[in-house]
Design a protein around this ligand. Structure first.
Ligand code: GLY
Length: 385
């Protein structure tokens, strides 16, 4: 099964092409969206992708007459830095990229955000084509035009990695989500992407996506090709609708900010070292795992605020468990420290906390300056002392 989802953004509208083998027609779609086949391109490659899959894309693009310059990126939050950004800008210059020559991101969210930021700023902007290779980047990061890098800064006497603090909105001209790429992901990385899918189901506006995810969980975990293509297609459809309604996250009624459900908690725990999944020896946390934990915290905060019924918490926790995602953490610092990290997150407004709180199945809303007791309840639910 393959599908094309249109992100309706007027003159910046673009297609997300989803399905098994979608990358095999990348070159012809490139020529279509750019008006003609580009002469040159900078291909930013995620080092996590197996060599044969990279080779296939390189041969395909070179076979179409495109002179490629390749740049490799080790996808870690530390590498998502101004230093790497500068290195990639230099690669674009050395490749002699001109205004209609694209930067092509082949990789997960870190590579997509870096490549997108390079494309947004190199010679005041060149096209970016997103070819996501992880589930997380297919359903979330590659669609919507958020690009950027992390910034390391000392806040309150402590060195912090401020996630996505430097960046730009730069919509891709095309997104190609080839679900065949998911086969080579480590199981833990694949499952982490499901955290964002559950998040989408929690803000989808109806019961449908949550119910579909529950009934398809086994097929998804078994990598059934049709279930994967549907999962990505459904999630991208939701994301495209939200982005089209509020491209720059300025809507008063929530809009794109709802996509940050679970993320204020998630970013706070990600910025602190030494945190692991509850009951696990696996080191560190994947972003999607932190989001999964953040969803549980947001539900608990919502219950404390009497905005959501405990039955939704139980339903979501059961689904996350079934998908092999964490619902709590160990090694968390005291709640007061975590609350400080939450206020430093870029999703705060005027130094005040802004939380996305679930209000029912498929529903959530923004709560400005939530009472501290609700935030503490969220943190306690995920294991903060
Ligand atoms: N990942 C949140 C957004 O794209 O707005």
């Amino acid at each position: 099964m393959s599908s094309v989802v249109r992100v309706e953004l007027g003159e910046r509208a673009y297609d997300v092409r989803v399905g098994a083998g979608a990358l095999s027609s990348l070159a012809s779609h490139l020529a279509q969206v750019l008006g003609s086949a580009p002469q040159r391109a900078l291909l930013v490659i995620d080092e996590g992708i197996p060599a044969p899959a990279v080779e296939r894309v390189v041969l395909h693009l070179e076979g179409a007459g495109i002179t490629l310059t390749q740049a490799r990126v080790n996808p870690t939050e530390r590498v998502k830095s101004l230093e790497t950004y500068e290195r990639l800008l230099a690669s674009a210059a050395e490749a002699r990229l001109e205004r209609n020559d694209p930067v092509i991101a082949l990789g997960g969210g870190i590579v997509g955000d870096l490549a997108g930021f390079v494309a947004a700023t190199y010679r005041r902007g060149v096209p970016v084509i997103q070819c996501p290779s992880t589930l997380l980047s297919m359903v979330d990061a590659s669609v919507g035009g958020k690009t950027g890098v992390n910034l390391s800064a000392s806040l309150g006497g402590r060195q912090r990695l401020l996630k996505n603090f430097v960046g730009a909105f730069h919509q891709p001209r095309l997104v190609v989500a080839d679900t065949d790429m998911l086969a080579s992901l480590e199981p833990r990385v694949f499952r982490a992407g499901l955290g964002e899918c559950v998040k989408h189901a929690m803000i989808a506006g109806s019961e449908d996506l949550l119910a579909w995810t529950e009934s398809s969980a086994d097929a998804i975990l078994a990598h059934d090709p049709d279930a994967l293509a549907q999962l990505v297609g459904k999630s991208v459809t939701l994301k495209a609708r939200v982005v089209a309604g509020d491209e720059r996250e300025t809507a008063a009624d929530g809009g794109r900010a709802l996509l940050n459900l679970g993320h204020t908690f998630a970013h706070a725990i990600e910025t602190l070292g030494g945190v692991r999944k509850r009951g696990s020896d696996d080191p560190g946390l994947q972003h999607g795992e932190a989001v999964s934990i953040g969803l549980v915290a947001a539900l608990a905060a919502g219950e404390k605020l009497a905005m959501v019924d405990g039955s939704l918490t139980r339903r979501v926790v059961a689904l996350l468990d079934r998908l092999g995602l964490p619902t709590g953490a160990q090694g968390l610092p005291p709640a007061a420290e975590l609350m400080g990290a939450m206020i430093d997150d870029k999703k705060t407004v005027g130094g005040r906390l802004r939380l996305i709180v679930p209000t029912g199945v498929g529903q959530a809303r923004v709560v400005q300056d939530p009472e501290p007791g609700a935030v503490r309840a969220g943190l306690a639910a995920i294991g903060a002392p």
